[in-house]
Design a protein around this ligand. Sequence first.
Ligand code: ADP
Ligand code: MG
Length: 729
Amino acid sequence: MTRSHRQNSIRLISDRSSSITETQENWELTREFAQDVFTDEVMKRLLPADAYKDLRKTIDDGVALNETTAESVANAMRSWAQERGATHYTHWFQPMTGLTAEKHDSFLELSKGKAIIKFDGSQLIQGEPDASSFPSGGIRQTFEARGYTAWDPSSPAFIRRDPNGCTLCIPTAFCSYTGEALDEKTPLMRAGEALQRQAIKVAHLLGHNRVKRVVTTVGCEQEYFLIDKQFYVQRPDLVNAGRTLFGAPPLKGQELDDHYFGAIRKRVMAFMEDVDRELWRLGVPAKTRHNEVAPTQFELAPIFEASNVAVDHNMLTMEVLRNVADRHNFACLLHEKPYAGVNGSGKHVNWAISCNERGNLLNPGSTPQDNISFLFHLAAIIAGVDQHAPLLRASIAHSGNDHRLGANEAPPAIISAYLGDQLTAIVEAIVTGKTLAEGDGGLMHLGVEALPPLTKDPTDRNRTSPFAFTGNKFEFRAAGSSQSVAVVNTVLCTVAADSLAQMGSLLESKLTAGTDQSQAIFETIKETLTKHHRVIFKGDGYSDDWVTDAEARGLPNLRSTPDALPSWVSEEAIKLFERHDVLSERELRARHEVACEKYNTHITIEGRCSSHMVRTMILPSILAFQRRVGDAIVSAKAAGLDDSTLSTQSALLRELAGYYATISKGCDEMEQGLAKAESIEHAPEALQVFKAEVLDRQATLRESVDTVEGLVEDRLWPLPKYHEMLTVY
Ligand code: ADP
Ligand code: MG
């Protein structure tokens, strides 16, 4: 009997690891790191001293770049890039697709028919992609479709190496001609500025007068799956929707816990080595790599950086993962839930606030001065999370992420904060006005007394909390693996800026009223925590009790993307973003529109893909098997066997016919749902219809398909199966 395409693939894949070629080239990490980056060091070396000084002012203090300096920088950047073989440059930006975008221009100009090289200051600073096809949420009408890209000097330019050439990539923001943000970077930078404004004000009120620069820092732990390309291309669902829409549970899943932190297979190691080197050359500080919980799932985490750079670097990381995977005959799956029944992928966003002079403001520190500033910022973040939980939820709302949140593998959709036992006790003590322990009078006068040293106990990390304090940073664990973390950071910064502003005013009014400074600071912390400590939760976030408890506390539980997205345009959200000059109402509404369209489009693709697979692959294979069983019965009868001997075969035939009918009907219903959802004109109004009548119906349809997969003869099943994709690589 001939082998099926699928079965041939399995043979081919199992031979792959033996054909890995080992290069063993000498690779010196410190020399190669950031080789392809136009770093501060390079700029210092290549720029005239004055130009370098001007540029630093632009990078550090946001002072506008003057024309002469721009010329110098462009010149230096171009010759540096050319030396590395670049023939083209591109403004590299992040439209609201959640991906990156680029349009390349060569350095070539013609002068009297002769080739010359040209790249000047204005080309560096501003680009004009004909970008009418990027989502704008209605901000750009097609007749004024132009947008422009503007250089972001705070994120360094870099060279992208492709098989036959190199391109100079210049990180840029992307705006409409009327100055409205059309990308993810612009609001992120505005939110960073808003936070800086409020944090500096607070620092000065707390007596730290030399603070003049505040940034947030971010480290993203990126999870992903690998699958062999042979399997990948045979699954229209993976290729088009990023996740498997059908597939019976694997024979062996993650129940043995034998993958997590396990020895990394040779073929995967070869891939990871290449990824790390490529990232290092690009200046992305890749640090850890390991096997994750689900079979064929892995994680990569970098060293944290200033959030604007960290966001760009995470976008680059995702790109490098995809590209290198392709070279290694893998596909890298960044979807949040490529396979049902095993863990999905998230992206923990580690987040802290840092300033010149005093370093990480979320570090409890060891002096009373540090302690009180720490508590002040901690209180601000807790207040922010409590007041704007729906917005934090909306910032990670995405069709893929809905499959993990609240599914006992990722935090629930209820946003709460976890502080660990010791810090929770301290917060409660502050709120209730009780001393922490007998004899520990220090805390009560916490005005300036010292905090006890906080222990960082890795065992009491609550993995079920969406927003956990882990020693000197918060970890937002609800973000999805495929998402741009720009949005999360924009919201975190804005929310923190808002609480700091509130607390700053409160403190100011107390000081004006003549309250002693330490007393005033302490009262501000206490009043803030008293109002908002309900959002602190240290129990099991996966339990049903928490759902009831959270409801009693008045915490919102926005289960799905359709439930969460309206929060973008709530009255509070509009006021919040406007108050801090992060997004105007028009920009916010545009973003909401884009997010709704994106959700609807993802579900549309899943619906179409399901229907294609059912009609052209699954139903025909059931039919083929029915025919084989039918033929077998006929020949057995011809050979003289009677009906009673053939009763099992006949029952199977009936069962198959039953499934054929159920699946066919389920598919009809899903298609009707899709048609209905697609006929709704306004994206926000269609969300719940897409969910209930396409997504949910697809899930029901899937149940029958997955059962029938266990009945149909293996050779006739057209799709690579879970137990193959999750074990053969
Ligand atoms: P784990 O969460 O597994 O214990 P780590 O605590 O070492 O791992 O850090 C996880 C991520 O958090 C890393 O990317 C790390 O660089 C980042 N991180 C550490 N400190 C900070 C900080 N102050 N701000 C932002 N990210 C940080
Ligand atoms: Mg972590």
